[in-house]
Design a protein around this ligand. Structure first.
Ligand SMILES: *Cc1c(COP(=O)(O)O)cnc(C)c1O
Length: 396
């Protein structure tokens, strides 16, 4: 049996006529830069996540970059980021000649560990970028509290998490000062090329982002600030306008697939105790956990009405002998991926940074043992059963 990591053609088939028509409509209109499709998408996403202002931009990376520009990050400023994320989260900080400062992650959620942030704050710290990794919210309440206490801005990297709710029901991207999203084709809401979005709850900051998107000129050709070309293409917006109404059902399907994986691993006796940061030789599987599904309130687990507590952009297990397992699965037709094999503190380009000298045991464990399994909406039950069966066979 063949199990790809992602099958974009399966999704395309279900919406082919509408998508093709939307692209043709843009061609007919010859309106390629910003315009009605981009505005429609901005308004729909603002409504969907409950943001005051949303601005379509050229990619998730540019969303992060323009966000840092909007809060005036300058050379030498320090910005706190989790050491375990996609490269862009830290890369954008360095591109402004500011300094990314790394923090270890939480062993259950893979997200920045709020308890380890304050140690890294100095007189130069200006902002924190929590990442909602794999489609689950970072623990935002303590992060916002720390930011307030030290007068820092919070830029949310929600590239993998559009539609995700934090435990109070608020959407990620609307909790900090600016939320950033990506429409890279492999994200839950993917375009037909690069694209992204920034969201703000503050009108003035939203307006500033809008001006920075077009080189910082307002009125056109008159510049009180320096921006860039960060525009979202009309064709991408047209595709995304067709797809957005389906996002929640696709994310629900991913949750069902994740639930089935967890059930099958558990029934097979393969589920490892949560919170581990090292393995012995018994070789079980550490399963991802949706911690905001049942919110822990004052020590008591209460059920919550959150629907999008986790959107499983990725279903990531941690296993011993990860690379051998990956090769074995590949031989058996199952594609997997490692998100991410090298944390920021171990990247060659960051070796001159002070914080790269610190210890990050939880991120190191994740980098060495994480494996993303196929979890896309169109997977069949048989495919998921096959994946678990093969992993069971390997662990034997
Ligand atoms: C995908 C991603 C980005 C970058 O988005 P692009 O649209 O590819 O530029 C940033 N951060 C995280 C966590 C991502 O997963």
């Amino acid at each position: 049996m063949n199990v790809p990591l992602l099958d974009l053609k399966a999704q395309y088939k279900t919406l082919k006529n509408e998508l093709n028509q939307a692209i043709l409509n843009v061609a007919e209109s010859q309106y390629f830069i910003l315009g009605p499709e981009v505005q429609k998408l901005e308004e729909s996403i603002a409504g969907y996540i409950g943001a005051k202002k949303t601005i379509g931009v050229s990619s998730g990376t540019d969303a992060l970059l323009i966000a840092l520009m909007a809060i005036n990050i300058k050379p030498g400023d320090e910005v706190i980021v989790p050491t375990f994320s996609f490269f862009a989260t830290a890369g954008v900080v360095s591109r402004l000649n500011a300094i990314p400062v790394f923090v270890d992650i939480d062993p259950v959620t893979f997200n920045i560990d709020p308890a380890k942030i304050e140690d890294k704050i100095t007189g130069k710290t200006k902002a924190i970028i929590p990442v909602h990794l794999y489609g689950q919210s970072a623990d935002m309440n303590p992060i916002i509290e720390i930011a307030k206490k030290h007068n820092l801005k919070v830029i949310e990297d929600g590239a993998q998490a559009i539609g995700v709710q934090y435990k109070d029901g608020k959407h990620v991207g609307t909790i900090g000062d600016i939320g950033c999203f990506s429409f890279f084709p492999s994200k839950n809401l993917g375009g037909y090329g690069d694209g992204g979005m920034v969201a703000a709850m503050d009108e003035e900051l939203g307006e500033k982002l809008r001006i920075l998107r077009v080189h910082g000129g307002k009125p056109k050709y008159y510049h009180s600030m320096i921006g860039g070309n960060f525009r979202l293409d009309a064709i991408q917006a047209a595709v995304l306008n067709v797809k957005l109404p389906h996002l929640d059902s696709w994310s629900a399907k991913r949750r069902e697939n994740a639930k089935l994986y967890t059930k099958l691993f558990t029934e097979a006796g393969l589920s490892e105790e949560e919170g581990k940061t090292e393995f012995d030789d018994n070789n079980k599987v550490l399963l991802p956990k949706a911690i905001y599904k049942n919110v822990i309130l004052s020590g008591v687990e209460e059920s919550h009405s959150l629907t999008n507590y986790h959107i499983y952009n990725q279903y990531v297990i941690r296993v011993n002998k990860r690379d051998d397992l990956r090769a074995f699965l590949k031989e058996n037709g199952i594609a997997t991926e490692i998100y991410y094999p090298v944390s920021f503190h171990k990247q060659e380009c960051f070796q001159d940074l002070q914080s790269s000298q610190d210890n990050y045991p939880v991120a190191d464990f994740a980098a060495d043992h994480s494996l993303a399994l196929p979890v896309y909406p169109e997977l069949s039950t048989e495919q998921i059963e096959y994946v678990v069966e093969k992993i069971k066979e390997f662990i034997g």
